[in-house]
Ligand binder design. Structure first.
Ligand code: SF4
Length: 446
């Protein structure tokens, strides 16, 4: 196992660029994929079509998947004329890139009548050249914890079943096994059963946000499916201790995280989390106890850090208040509470990340960039996790009531600019173990 210790920036990338822009990948009505040899890939950034350079592409990472996109015709750059054309006799194809990679351009296509809202995945431009697939992304995190080659399905299934049998009375372990590991193939749950890295602790069936793209709850009127069912009980403290303490004591680079895809908002059960943290720390000092959250309750966050919480990750689709509110549709909390929660973590001297839903054209919008700089200065943020935003772009635009996403600076360019101005801020995709936190803390002190 490789330790995740490299200090990583947007330039980091372990896959080669092609020597020219790849051919457009398209499919027929049956979903058969092929390259269009007269057309190069065109990217999309928000509401704009973008010509691409070979340096925008990397080889498609192992474990990535493909989507064909019904009722969506692709745009391509005609190699002979240099004109951008809509290919109305074929359908668009997108890549879902593996975790640890952040997309820089989406696929360019035009919806036709009858196009249904796409499922909650991130759609990235993809092409074909010299017998290889290429996509527009950067490797943002060197940590191998969700790399394809680390997941042997048979071994994971065997260890999941064995652990479920051993702890047959523990409802939390049963939930993590039957739902998360065996049904949804959740990488964090699978890593728990493999006894390594970051393990999930879902606790909260309810939420105080109404995110448009929530993966654990979707109202009927959205016409899209939630990707996972929420946990439907609140585990007992003993059930949590029984799974979390051995993990922290024995796993390499151990982390346990409250706030998972299969639950609501953990701060709604913050008193339980406080008691769990105290109970864990009576038994072991090893590893990181982390909270993934919407950051809606800064006073509760303060109490959790007093109890011994080590790090927090606050999710945000945007640091612009109006864009945040239109997506999160918060109940009884304000955007300012979210920012305050980040600041509270730093006032305790603890690690604070944002889970920054990255969507080309939005994340690199000029106003977004300027606001991000202000948020970094105000909160003293430790880390940006540039994680792909799982959403249908057209649906998102319509829900935000946005016709033009405005000037885009480029996702990779924004990553570079923030890194240049704030070199002490870590970039990544995952909550870092203590070893990585310490490296960055040392950088801060220089
Ligand atoms: S904060 Fe999380 S659980 Fe709550 S609505 Fe948003 S995505 Fe869903």
């Amino acid at each position: 196992m490789k330790e995740s210790s490299n200090i990583h920036t947007a330039k980091s990338n372990d896959l080669k660029h092609p020597d020219r822009v790849p051919y457009l990948l398209a499919c027929d009505a049956e979903g058969n994929m092929f390259e269009e040899e007269d057309y190069e890939v065109i990217g999309r950034s928000g509401t704009r079509l973008m010509g691409l350079k070979p340096e925008d592409f990397i080889e498609l990472p192992e474990g990535s998947e493909f989507f064909n996109m019904p009722c969506r015709h692709p745009y391509g750059m005609n190699k002979h004329t240099g004109e951008v054309e809509l290919l109305e006799d074929v359908y668009a194809v997108a890549a879902f890139v593996s975790p640890a990679y952040t997309q820089t351009f989406m696929p360019a296509y035009e919806e036709t009548d009858g196009a249904e809202t796409l499922p909650l995945y991130a759609y990235t431009a993809v092409g074909w050249l010299d017998d290889k697939f290429y996509t527009t992304a950067v490797r943002i995190d060197p940590d191998p914890r969700q790399d394809f080659e680390n997941f042997d399905c048979e071994e994971i299934e065997q260890k999941t079943v064995e652990t479920m049998q051993e702890f047959s009375e523990n409802r939390l372990i049963q939930h993590l096994g039957a739902n998360c590991s065996l049904t949804y193939s959740c990488p964090a749950a699978r890593n728990f059963f493999m006894g390594r890295w970051e393990a999930p602790i879902p606790l909260s069936p309810a939420c105080n946000s109404n995110c448009l793209g929530c993966i654990s709850f979707q109202p009927d009127e959205h016409g899209i499916d939630a990707m996972q069912n929420r946990i439907d009980f609140i585990p007992y403290i003993e059930e949590v201790i029984e799974m979390a303490v051995p993990h922290l004591e024995n796993a390499p680079l151990p982390i346990v995280s409250f706030g998972q895809g299969c639950e609501g908002e953990p701060l709604l059960v913050w008193q339980l989390i406080r008691d769990v943290i105290v109970a864990i720390r009576k038994r072991t000092k090893r590893g990181i106890i982390n909270l993934n959250t919407n950051g809606s309750k800064p006073k509760a966050v303060d109490e959790l850090f007093k109890a011994g919480l080590d790090s927090i990750r606050v999710s945000m689709n945007s640091v612009r208040k109006d864009v945040y509110n239109k997506y999160y549709l918060p109940n009884n909390y304000e955007y300012e509470d979210v920012i305050e929660s980040i600041k509270v973590a730093r006032q305790h001297g603890k690690w604070a990340s944002i889970n920054y839903f990255t969507l080309p054209g939005f994340t690199d919008n000029k106003e977004e960039f300027e606001t991000l700089r202000q948020v970094i200065r105000y909160t003293d943020l430790s880390m940006i996790q540039w994680r792909n935003f799982n959403i249908d772009l057209e649906w998102y635009l319509s829900k935000l009531g946005m016709e033009d996403t405005g000037e885009g600076l480029g996702v990779a360019e924004v990553m570079e600019a923030i890194h240049e101005e704030f070199p002490h801020i870590a970039y990544g995709y995952f909550n870092p173990p203590i070893e990585v936190q310490e490296k960055y803390n040392a950088l801060r002190e220089k």
